[in-house]
Design a protein around this ligand. Structure first.
Ligand SMILES: [Zn+2]
Length: 157
């Protein structure tokens, strides 16, 4: 496995875990060159659910598209690539462990908001304001208040 940070092919496996149902193999790896750590997750691709859109059509879950929308919300925000990758990984693992064959797109939107809330409040509000259809300004300010009462995000390393 090539290091995603520096491209060195030499990485060691520090830990291997198999999920309870045996569907996911998770490995913690360390790069021998830059010493950065990362996780890999092996699973059968077919286990990811179909996303049911609001108009009732179904599309394949698209990890890259989800990653792009997260980065759009996080534009110019002080977050690490690791934090964003971990957020995507968190969503994918949630989808896998739920084992549903179909999931409404709204559910994925909620998951994205949960993850963004943890890593960056501003991005969370950005995403939520686009994602949710606010009835009025009060609903939006309620959300802003909810966010500003939470603890500060972790500083960037
Ligand atoms: Zn490396």
């Amino acid at each position: 496995m090539k290091c995603p940070f520096c491209g060195t092919p030499g990485t060691t496996v520090a830990d291997t875990r198999i999920s309870e149902d045996g569907d996911i193999v998770r490995r913690r790896r360390r790069c021998l060159s830059c010493d950065k750590r990362f996780h890999t997750c092996e699973r059968a691709e077919i286990l990811l659910p179909q996303v049911v859109k609001k108009n009732g059509s179904r599309v394949d879950f698209d990890r890259e598209k989800l990653l792009a929308s997260l980065w759009l919300a996080l534009r110019k925000r002080p977050v690490t690539v690791e934090a964003v990758d971990a957020a995507i990984q968190g969503i994918v693992e949630k989808l896998l462990t739920q084992g549903e064959r179909e999931i409404p797109s709204e559910k994925i939107g909620e998951m994205v908001m949960d993850e963004l809330k943890k890593i960056d409040k501003v991005a969370y509000v950005r995403f939520a304001s686009v994602y949710r259809n606010f009835e009025d300004v009060d609903a939006f300010s309620d959300l802003v208040n909810e966010v500003s009462s939470r603890p500060a995000p972790q500083p960037v390393r």
